[in-house]
Design a protein around this ligand. Structure first.
Ligand code: NAD
Ligand code: UD1
Length: 354
């Protein structure tokens, strides 16, 4: 029987059918929030909602809407009147953003502007925003903390996140909005049920889904982009974080935001483990904990890649009372379990090579 959610705090989750949004919805439902997902399903599907229900055994509502439609967005907010919005909905491919910058500004920036407008119109003042470590741009010292300056964006995706952060900042400075901005490092892995996970449409840009699909022989080989960086093994270093740890940080952020009495406030938090791991270390750990060999070769550097990026998560550890609990092994094993469960995809993706 599904749990009901009368008299619970209402949270609107934009992009809640996506990878990070779906994991966060489960944590919100498990904590007792009433959740409405707003999604245009451009990079997800309604089957995710069924699986969220299955995992959480809780009723969850969703509405198909594109944030670029201001009238629809306003009417949804006015009708549902949430306590807060968690805003995931955006396009997220760095490579695609270089090819189609307008697409990224239209979707990510116009979507943000409409959402803020709809929130103001309906009197909803609390927002949590999905930002990214990419807003830091090139840095010389690591780990990066929230006080580091935001340097030149390396691509339109990064620029769209910098702009959205500034827009939210102004709503908090000049309007009585309260906001938490979360800068994610590299989320990977999947829910332990293997019912939800990362499911990029087409050939993935990101490392983890490329590794699991190569292990699954959907792709012949993985290209490691560059082995001549000034890092211990020559490959890039990132801070990989389990998506379930990341999802839990959203619940902590929401509690923090809703309990905060002052208006006109904004808090920024890095969400990472604080540990830098190289591409080769990820591949070796995947092979070690799954027993599956990855066929890989070294290729040239990928344009726009930063050699090193990892977080100082001390602020989130302290103020949100949150820290990561799951190790790289759990990230990679859960990603592999998810890949195997989704093997139906295999045939359609094989077509790329036939
Ligand atoms: P995702 O693509 O899986 O989820 C995004 C969801 O938003 C999808 O369900 C999509 O259909 C929806 N969406 C997109 N544009 C929309 C619009 N205009 N109106 C309504 N719905 C729309 O992506 P994700 O990995 O879950 O990322 C969520 C957020 O986190 C994004 O803002 C992304 O930029 C940010 N982020 C992601 C990563 C990462 O590596 N996954 C890292 C840092 C930040
Ligand atoms: C980047 C951003 C992140 C953003 C994300 C969205 C930085 C530091 N991070 O993640 O904030 O949200 O894009 O997509 O800018 N790699 C390979 N072969 C592959 C794929 C990846 O070697 O086939 C390497 C990359 O060169 C990189 C690492 O794996 O060093 C991780 O890449 P990826 O998973 O794409 O994430 P980022 O580019 O770090």
């Amino acid at each position: 029987m599904l749990k009901s959610y009368k008299n619970k705090k209402k949270i609107l989750v934009t992009g809640g059918a996506g990878y990070i949004g779906s994991h966060t919805c489960i944590e919100l439902l498990n904590t007792g929030y009433d959740v409405l997902i707003l999604d245009n399903f451009s990079n997800s599907s309604t089957s995710v909602i069924k699986n969220i229900k299955k995992i959480s055994k809780t009723r969850i509502n969703y509405i198909q809407c594109d944030l670029r439609d201001l009238a629809d967005t306003k009417s949804i907010l006015k009708k549902y009147k949430p306590e807060a919005v968690i805003h995931f909905a955006a396009l997220k491919s760095v490579i695609e953003s270089v090819r189609k910058p307008y697409h990224y500004f239209s979707n990510n920036v116009s979507g943000m502007i409409n959402l803020l407008g709809a929130m103001e119109y309906s009197g909803v003042k609390n927002i949590i925003f999905s930002s990214s470590c990419t807003v830091y741009g090139k840095q010389n010292n690591f780990p990066v903390d929230e006080k580091c300056s935001l340097n030149q964006a390396q691509n339109p995706y990064a620029h769209s996140k910098q702009i959205c952060e500034k827009l939210i900042q102004d709503m908090c400075n000049y309007n009585d909005f309260k906001a938490v901005i979360l800068r994610y490092f590299n989320p990977i892995g999947a829910h332990s049920s293997a019912l939800i996970g990362e499911n990029p449409i087409g050939i993935p840009d990101n490392l983890a889904p490329f590794i699991t699909r190569t292990a699954h022989k959907i792709y012949k080989e993985l290209t490691v982009f560059g082995n001549d960086y000034k890092t211990p093994d020559g490959t890039c270093i990132r801070d990989y974080i389990h998506v379930v740890d990341l999802a839990k940080a959203h619940v902590k952020s929401l509690d923090y935001l809703l309990n905060k009495q002052e208006k006109f406030t904004i808090d920024v938090f890095n969400l990472g483990t604080g540990k830098g791991v190289s591409v080769l270390e990820v591949i070796r750990e995947f092979e070690r904990c799954t027993g599956v060999k990855i066929n890989y070769k070294f290729g040239p550097r990928r344009k726009g890649d930063l050699p090193v990026m990892y977080a100082n998560p001390a602020k989130a550890n302290k103020l949100l009372n949150w820290k990561t609990e799951l190790a790289l092994k759990e990230m990679l094993v859960s990603a592999w379990k998810w890949e195997l469960r989704n093997c139906k995809r295999e045939f359609s993706f094989r077509n790329y090579y036939e």
